[in-house]
Write a new protein. Sequence first.
Length: 247
Amino acid sequence: MFIRFILQVFVFWLSVYLINHLLLRFRTTKRSYVRLLRLFGCHISIFNIGFYTTSFNRIFYQIGRKYPRLWKIWFTIGIFVAFITAICACIVLIFLPLKYVYELQQPIVSMTQNLTNRNIVMENERDKLSIQPIIPGVNVPLEQLGHFFLALVLCTIFHELGHAIAASAEHVHVNGCGYFVFIVYPGAYVDLNQEKIQMITAYRQLRIYCAGVFHNMVLVLIAVIFLLINPFIINDFYIEVGRVYGV
């Protein structure tokens, strides 16, 4: 199943690259095709397709400048949240591997343990790492890729929206924003005026840089709240019927 998925991804990108190459090569289609690419801010390369636009710049500016004092407090909180998150992440990344190595060095309690139990223990030891790479088709079922990519899209958009609003609130011009897909990974970015960023204080820069992580943490909190209240929300849409105790 995983090999089939890899082949499908490879064939897709090969087709995109060949079509793009042919349209740019022929004189009859090159001019209109280039005009279309510029219209959508699209660029295509090997295993990568992206879009760039300035259409949202005014929206970012209006949102960031509407409540400047509120945004200043909001993104100042984001600095502390990002700092605490970074410390926790470092502790986890240091502690878990050390814990895993320590447990592997413990003496075997019983040499008579059967092969089945040993396999179970090995699987449990592997799962204790808690942090695992996400590989579609290996530890993420291909049937769930739609949900996985939707979550990534929402996270990246919310992340970059935080940077854009924070930059506008700090009077840093947003040149534009873009979205891309690299192989199977979707991502987004905002293009900020680097000269303006270098002119402001380090504390104001932190508000901009930490805004993305802070917004992701807020999104996680919202998701957890919805997960907790979900049973109460859907409860009214279902009717409990009589139980069958035997056939």
